[in-house]
Design a protein around this ligand. Structure first.
Ligand code: M6R
Length: 614
């Protein structure tokens, strides 16, 4: 969480940085700030609580003339959101300014030591400790900024992506990373840095992703230099960005979330492209194909993920167990790492993460690799940490997801898991060629089917008006659609702030059924599948207790239609593909309820898109 951006070149740093902050706002938006190294040895630092637009307002009448600067958008960890706790933080003598994404775990120890030496602190943040430490080292060791940064980083424990500028040096930015993402953009006579490439994609397509423990030295009129903490120079590996600006804009939609919901036919097409081939008869996942032996011999698969990705992982369990007959465990990455996991060389660990930067998932990857398991990463963000730290993997290829509430990434993840399960089943002979071809044909039609589901939009918008003021919701589903119920409930909670619980429909009678009354609507995901008769009974049980019901059913359903208060009909697909279809009405329902309540769906309170803290 938190986004950092930096610029050094001949252009207007303020404009580049503010635009960059808007692009990174999905990473945190409780305060923002900017430090500009102005001509004549001035360091102008401006900060504001709230979104980036507040920062722009306060900068309106300020001197923002500079060609080098750094900026930050914050998701608070240490210290409440306030002007004072906002980054950039500066050293006591005002000589240095620093922005930071991550957490300094030993900040208290360092702060106490610095205070003993007379340092005064003004904020409650861990970050201020780092900038004071750098300045302290620089003065006491009479060394350069680069040397002081390197020495300070030897002393800190924690995660960081940082950028530092110095008042008297408008020609240098020093940046570094450890467990938080940082990418450098190399343009013509200008260099950018950012938490992801979105702030500079319109200026350059050449990007260098820093590795953990690396320091970037950005100097005017000099090529980029990357060193490690031992001062050894690293080889610079320039990647070409595939991202386009249109992917970063709303494209006529009122929000990124709605755009991303409606993009799903296209994103699914991208996700499938080149993987389901020969008219659906073959599935190729190169990350599986290139490690055949591992998948042939695997005794167990463990999927680690968080949030929405964890829900997709649960669907992955149903998919892999059904198609490949391999035991699958699904773990919250945050719990997995502290559960004394037992793993060995016959285990495959799949790390599932849209951003590829979730701290808990990265930690799980590191543990799994240290224990000898084969680790397969599934991510959306090209060049992010998880794809770089795993043995093999697959991208979901749905393009940047900017809305904090995950939508197109969820369907992309489920689609990739489906294709992976089919590829493994093909290798192990647990699905026949006909079965693969049968599913493959439907997969090729999924984008069209999703387009068809999206036609429910207007109906769902009207329906949302009836339920906007409900205080609690229950989401129920079974089998493949139990994780869909969990995901539907999460979507509603995170953007409308309505309490919602997702439950396996049959578990309802073991507790949650006590909650049901006329005030508590239930959303029941009940397509026609092998558990249909069972879920019909669950629908009856809710009705018998006076609860109102919105049911997601297969087109032509006549049984639930007569019991539920409202039905949303979706096309029939094989059971294992149904989550991709049934999740879409739930995305739209939560979207419209949140909009009716006047909520900011793209930037819900307290959340950030990329959770890079533990
Ligand atoms: O980037 P990741 O997939 O690792 O993120 C995991 C969760 O933080 C994420 O899915 C979160 O739950 C979303 N806001 C849900 O919409």
């Amino acid at each position: 969480m938190c986004g950092i951006v930096g610029y050094l070149g001949n252009g207007n740093a303020y404009d580049v940085l503010i635009k960059g902050l808007h692009r990174l706002e999905y990473r945190g938006y409780d305060s923002a700030g900017i430090a500009l190294v102005a001509p004549g040895g001035k360091l102008n630092v401006f900060k504001a609580k709230g979104k980036v637009e507040n920062l722009e307002t306060i900068c309106n009448d300020k001197d923002t003339d500079a060609s080098v600067g750094i900026a930050h958008t914050r998701w608070a960890t240490h210290g409440e959101p306030s002007d004072c706790n906002a980054h950039p933080h500066y050293s006591e003598d005002g000589n240095l300014a620093l922005v930071h994404n991550g957490t300094i775990e030993n900040y208290k120890l360092l702060k106490d030591a610095l205070e003993e030496h007379g340092c005064k602190f003004h904020s409650e943040t861990d970050t201020e400790v780092l900038v004071q430490l750098i300045e302290y080292i620089k003065i006491n060791n009479k060394c350069s900024l680069l040397e002081a940064v390197r020495e300070a980083l030897h002393q800190v424990v924690g995660a960081y992506a940082i950028a530092v500028v110095e008042k008297n040096d408008p020609d240098t930015i020093i940046a570094a990373r450890q467990s938080s993402p940082l990418v450098i953009g190399i343009g013509d006579d200008e260099t950018f840095l950012a938490s992801d490439a979105s702030p500079f994609v319109e200026y350059t397509k050449d990007a260098v992703y820093l590795n953990d423990g690396e320091i970037a030295v950005i100097r005017r009129n000099e090529p980029l230099k990357v060193l490690n903490l031992e001062n050894r120079e690293s080889k610079i590996d320039v990647k070409t960005l595939e991202m386009s600006i249109s992917q970063l804009e709303k494209g006529g939609y009122p929000s990124f979330m709605l755009k991303e919901i409606f993009e799903q036919p296209t994103t699914l097409r991208e996700c499938i492209r080149g993987r389901v081939v020969e008219n659906g008869q073959r599935v190729i996942i190169s990350g599986v194909r290139d490690h055949k032996e591992k998948f042939l011999n695997a005794k167990r698969i463990v999927i680690v993920a968080c949030g929405t990705s964890w829900h997709a992982a649960l669907i992955g369990k149903y998919l892999i167990q059904e198609m490949c007959h391999i035991a699958v465990e699904v773990e919250y990455a945050s719990e997995f790492r502290y559960s004394n996991p037992v793993l060995g060389k016959d285990d495959i660990v799949i790390a599932l993460s849209q951003s590829g930067e979730t701290a808990d998932t990265i930690a799980a990857v590191k543990i799994a690799r240290s224990m000898g398991a084969f680790v397969f990463g599934i991510s959306n963000a090209v060049g992010s940490s998880i794809p770089r730290e795993t043995d093999s993997g697959a991208y979901i290829h749905v393009g940047p997801e900017i809305g904090v509430a995950s939508t197109k990434a969820f369907t992309g993840q489920v689609m990739v898991l489906t294709m992976i399960a089919m590829a493994i089943a093909d290798l192990r002979g647990t699905l026949t060629a006909d079965e693969i071809a049968g599913l493959g044909k439907v997969i090729l039609k999924m984008p069209e089917l999703v387009e068809h589901v999206l036609k429910l939009n207007d109906k769902i918008e009207r329906l949302s008006l009836i339920y906007t003021y409900a205080r609690n919701f229950l989401y129920l589903g079974r089998g493949y659609n139990y994780p869909v119920a969990l995901e539907g409930a999460l979507k509603l909670k995170e953007i409308s702030y309505i309490h919602a619980e997702g439950y396996p429909a049959a578990e309802m009678k073991h507790g949650p059924i006590a909650l049901i009354d006329a005030e508590m609507p239930s959303v029941i995901v009940a397509p026609r599948d092998h558990l249909y008769e069972k879920i019909v009974s669950n629908v009856q049980q809710v009705k018998a207790r006076g609860g109102s019901i919105i049911a997601i059913v297969t087109e032509g359903d006549s049984v639930i239609r007569n019991i539920a208060d409202h039905v949303l009909e979706v096309p029939e697909v094989p059971e294992c593909l149904s989550p991709i279809i049934t999740s879409i009405p739930l995305q739209l329902l939560s979207y419209y309820i949140a909009i009716n309540k006047g909520k900011d769906v793209d930037m819900p309170r307290n959340l950030a898109k990329s959770v890079t803290v533990e």
